[in-house]
Design a protein around this ligand. Structure first.
Ligand code: IPE
Ligand code: IPE
Ligand code: MG
Length: 217
C-alpha cells in the first residue's frame, strides 16, 4: 500500500529568490503557488492526507517585515483558494496556535475550515504558528483538564493521542523536507516517530510532481 499521509517542510523560498537577485518576499509568493498543483498531484496519487509546514513557532524571530509578508500571503492564499478547494473536494484544517494571528486572518482560517469541512477529498492541513513541542505540551495540559482527578503518572500515549493537533489522522508515512537542510525544525515530533524521512536539495518554489514521485519512489 502506498503512503496515505505525506508531511512537507517547505523550505528554501529565501534562497530561491536570492539566487535570482529577487527580494525574499517573491520567493514566498512563488512558494505559495506550488501548493495548489501539489494538492492535485497528491490527490491523483491516492494520498489522503497532506500536511504542510508554513510557519513555525520559531519563525516569529524573523524580521517583522518578513513576518507580516508571510501573514499577508497566507490570508491571500485562503481568500483565493477556498473556491478551488471546494471544486477539488479538499478538506482544509489549520494546526498551531491561531490566537496569535490578527482577527482578520483567524476569520479567514475559520471560514476555510467551516466551508470545506463536509468535502470528501484530501485532508489538507497547514501548520502555522505550529511547533511539535507546543503540540505535546498543549495536549498534556488538555489531557489534565479532561482528567482532573487523574495524576500524570496515568498519562500514556493512547491517552494523549486524542488531544494532539493531528488527532484522527494517520501518522505521516513520509516526511519530505526541501531546501537541503537535514533537520525536523520542531515539526510533527510526536507524529513522526516512525515516519520515513526524505531530504532534497530542491528549493521549495521549484518543487513539482516529478520530485514528489522521486520522494515516493
Ligand atoms: C521557507 O523558506 C518558508 C518559511 C519558513 C516560512 P525560507 O524563508 O526559510 O527560505 P530559506 O531557508 O531562507 O531559503
Ligand atoms: C522550517 O523552515 C519551517 C517552515 C518551513 C515553516 P525554517 O527555514 O524556518 O527552518 P530552520 O529554522 O532554518 O530550521
Ligand atoms: Mg529556511
Amino acid at each position: 500500500m502506498g503512503p496515505r499521509h505525506i508531511a512537507i517542510i517547505m523550505d528554501g523560498n529565501g534562497r530561491w529568490a536570492k539566487n535570482r537577485h529577487l527580494p525574499r518576499t517573491l520567493g514566498h509568493v512563488k512558494g505559495a503557488k506550488v501548493v495548489r498543483p501539489l494538492v492535485k498531484a497528491c490527490t491523483e496519487r491516492g494520498i489522503t492526507h497532506l500536511t504542510l509546514f508554513a510557519f513555525s513557532t520559531e519563525n516569529w524571530r524573523r524580521p517583522p517585515e518578513e513576518v507580516s509578508t508571510l501573514m499577508g500571503l497566507f490570508g491571500q492564499y485562503l481568500e483565493k483558494e477556498v473556491s478551488d478547494m471546494q471544486k477539488q473536494g479538499v478538506r482544509f484544517r489549520l494546526i498551531g496556535d491561531r490566537s496569535a494571528f490578527a482577527q482578520g486572518l483567524q476569520d479567514l482560517i475559520a471560514h476555510a475550515e467551516l466551508s470545506t469541512a463536509h468535502n470528501q477529498g484530501i485532508h489538507l492541513t497547514v501548520a502555522a504558528n505550529y511547533g511539535g513541542q507546543w503540540d505535546i505540551l498543549n495536549a498534556t495540559r488538555e489531557w489534565q483538564r479532561a482528567n482532573p482527578l487523574k495524576g500524570l503518572e496515568l498519562l500514556d500515549a493512547p491517552g494523549l493521542a486524542p488531544h494532539l493537533s493531528m488527532a484522527g489522522a494517520p501518522d505521516p508515512d513520509l516526511l519530505i523536507r526541501t531546501g537541503g537542510e537535514s533537520r525536523i525544525s520542531n515539526f510533527l515530533l510526536w507524529q513522526c516517530a516512525y515516519t520515513e524521512l526524505y531530504f532534497t536539495d530542491a528549493l521549495w518554489p521549484d518543487f513539482n510532481a516529478a520530485m514528489l514521485d522521486d520522494a515516493l519512489a
